[in-house]
Design a protein around this ligand. Structure first.
Ligand code: PMP
Length: 449
């Protein structure tokens, strides 16, 4: 199998020689918070299988929901027809989203939910008044933003590794600063960082608002950027500026949604109602690919018209509103509500906060960021200079391998070690995850430092 994996499978981001030389981790099954490889080794799933898993692996009720739905039908199209699970799920999502968004447009990945939001925002202005808003063709996004891998979502991305090579294919983006308190302020002061970012955003909007269709932002935490936690009030400030300057606000809740920050949606924490909201990952609790772009009646109604007016939103994926995925998403939400999983989070979050304090004392830990169940530990070679280890040392990768050898799967994002535990993990399992991570960081960084 190892050889066939190398011979036939093209994995994302893993063509670097270091990865190609290693034996791949071949996962065969999962149960609760653990993954098992083909040799029977057990690993704590410390990154929720890329930030998707909510209730644990191999959950009997989620399995049953899939089986039940499959016994009815697996898929029929939403083009010219409807289906029961997608109707029930849309109604539920509208009831649950911040300040009640009104309409749900389904797709199948975080990237496509973003692509759709961008296209909707762009077309919205053209439909409102094509002449008046002729120049509203650009989007604002944050430095280091990551919103997916399609051409549209890469266009609003700010990470050079994803962006630079495709530049000629991308549309225009205006960059605003990302609140990165650790690197922006000498004394780690979130308030200074917030004021700086909002002031810069306002300056951009003052000058360019007539060219800007929308602003896209990950509420509260920029995940892939390295778990950059936003200062309190920042999201609210962004919302106010978007409203004031007539720019649609797109909340990308693909990573932060479904409980990751401690509430079902991150926007709730600052009472923010976005004009468009993207959800994916945790929507099916990690079972199937499903995403949705939610929006307001105001945006939706701009697209209503007679056939000759061509107001339609021309976008429709083959698997949009897939019944199996919608059925498992409905069960995910039912379990969340029935078992009160979100209500169990404050205790777990507090436990993590306390345990993370010890990480700050490690010589090569520069910053520890936590928002809810999202954690980033930034490694530095030199704390005073905030200088990261040279990539050639592969320190972060070695930390991940050390943790894996000791039974936990975690991920690096550049110099940041990321933990994104399954929401249903017990306190004991969280404890084990942190113990393994602590030892891995300590051992590897001391060797490298
Ligand atoms: N937006 C955010 C904030 C994400 O974190 C991701 C994935 N990490 C995406 C969009 C893209 O989602 P997907 O990989 O499902 O296309």
């Amino acid at each position: 199998l190892d050889k066939w994996d190398k011979d036939y499978v093209w994995h994302p981001f893993t063509q670097m020689k270091t990865y190609r030389q290693e034996r791949p981790l071949i996962i065969e099954r999962g149960n609760g918070s653990y993954l098992y490889d083909i040799e029977g080794n057990r690993y704590l799933d410390g990154y929720s299988s890329l930030w998707v898993n909510v209730h644990g692996h191999n959950h009997p009720e989620l399995n049953q929901a899939l089986t039940d739905q499959a016994a009815h039908i697996a898929h029929s199209t939403l083009l010219g027809a409807a289906n029961v699970p997608s109707i029930l799920l849309a109604k539920k999502l509208v009831e649950l989203t911040p300040a009640g968004l009104d309409k749900v447009f389904y797709s199948d990945s975080g990237s496509t939910s973003v692509e759709i939001a961008l296209k909707m925002a762009y077309q919205y202005w053209k439909l409102k008044d094509a002449e008046r808003y002729a120049d509203k063709n650009k989007f604002i996004s944050l430095r280091e933003a990551y919103h997916g891998d399609t051409i549209g979502s890469v266009s609003v991305g700010g990470m050079d590794t994803f962006h630079t090579i495709f530049k000629p294919l991308l549309f225009e983006r205006i960059e605003m600063p990302a609140p990165y308190t650790y690197r922006m302020t000498a004394d780690n002061d979130p308030e200074t960082c917030k004021v700086h970012c909002l002031t810069e955003l306002e300056a951009i909007l003052r000058e360019h608002h007539e060219e800007i269709a929308g602003l896209i932002i990950e509420p509260l935490v920029q995940g892939a950027a390295g778990m950059l936690t936003a200062p309190d009030g920042f999201l609210h400030g962004v919302r106010e500026l978007c409203t004031r300057y007539h720019v649609l606000m797109i909340a990308d809740e693909v990573a932060v949604g479904f409980g990751r920050t401690g509430t079902l949606f991150a926007c709730e924490q600052e009472n923010v109602k976005p004009d468009l909201m993207c959800i994916a990952k945790g929507l099916t609790a990690g079972y199937l690919p499903l995403a949705a772009t939610l929006t307001t009646d105001d945006v939706y109604s701009a697209f209503l018209g007679e056939p000759h007016e061509l107001k339609t939103f021309f976008h429709g994926h083959t698997y949009t509103g897939n019944q199996l995925a919608c059925a498992v998403a409905l069960k995910n939400i039912e379990l969340l509500e029935r078992d009160g999983l979100i209500e169990t989070l404050p205790e777990k979050i507090e436990f993590l906060t306390q345990r993370l304090a010890a990480f700050r004392d490690l010589t090569h830990v520069g910053d520890v960021r936590q928002r809810g169940m999202m954690i980033g530990i930034e490694l530095v070679r030199d704390r005073a200079a905030k200088e990261v280890f040279p990539p050639s040392l592969g320190v972060e990768h070695r930390v991940i391998l050390h943790a894996r050898q000791n039974g936990a799967i975690i991920r690096p994002l550049g110099p940041v070690i990321v933990l994104m535990p399954i929401l249903a993990m017990s306190i004991d399992e969280l404890d084990e995850l942190l113990t393994i991570t602590y030892e891995a960081i300590k051992t590897v960084t001391i060797e490298a430092g």
